[in-house]
Ligand binder design. Structure first.
Ligand SMILES: CC(C)(COP(=O)(O)OP(=O)(O)OC[C@H]1O[C@@H](n2cnc3c(N)ncnc32)[C@H](O)[C@@H]1OP(=O)(O)O)[C@@H](O)C(=O)NCCC(=O)NCCS
Length: 156
């Protein structure tokens, strides 16, 4: 007898690190760009484990990490980051499930609005988020790098 695999979403655990880094390197080309030292997946994970680690989630299928998403809530706005699905498993609703999971958890924390940013080069992503009810805000997103890489790298 065979059973079809079921997808589950759970909190990130430090033991997931290698699988998550491999997934991000596949999903985010900027993580493979040696000229962008600010894109350091190990540092992103370490920072998240130090700040609201309970809002870092992985999607697991057959005991394999197939997706990730990070949330954040500062008491005023929620943010979503690092949404990624294994290339071989896209268009099966896993991305939608991960977004719904973060929305549910942030809603339960009282978060009134969830924001996200898309790199402007990734035009195809607009359709994905718009189908989930996200709309472009009439804002210009500004950023400034702080700390050791402040002068070395552009903000995005
Ligand atoms: C964006 C991403 C997470 C979507 O994951 P996914 O599991 O494939 O998404 P879903 O299967 O839930 O897609 C739901 C719907 O969104 C739309 N959609 C998803 N990917 C799309 C794409 N690349 N282009 C246009 N529409 C898309 C479709 O309408 C899709 O429904 P359909 O398959 O029935 O047509 C995935 O493509 C990914 O990991 N991309 C690389 C990393 C990235 O850029 N992340 C976003 C950072 S802001």
């Amino acid at each position: 007898m065979t059973t079809s695999p079921t997808l589950s979403i759970r909190r990130f655990d430090a033991r997931d690190t290698d699988a998550v880094v491999a997934l991000w390197q596949q999903a985010f080309p900027e993580y493979r760009d040696a000229t962008r030292p600010q894109r350091n997946p190990h540092l992103s994970i370490a920072n998240k484990l130090a700040t609201q680690p309970e809002l870092f989630f992985v999607a697991v299928l057959d005991e394999r990490i197939v997706g990730t998403v990070m949330g954040g809530y500062d008491g005023h706005r929620g943010w979503m980051y690092s949404l990624a699905v294994d290339e071989a498993l896209r268009r099966h609703g896993i991305g939608t499930r991960l977004v719904a999971h973060v929305e549910e958890v942030l809603t339960s924390l009282g978060c009134p609005k969830l924001n996200l940013q898309i790199l402007s080069a990734k035009t195809e992503l607009r359709g994905f988020y718009e189908a989930l009810g996200y709309r472009a805000d009439a804002v210009v997103s500004l950023g400034k790098r702080l700390g050791a890489l402040a002068d070395a790298a552009p903000a995005a």
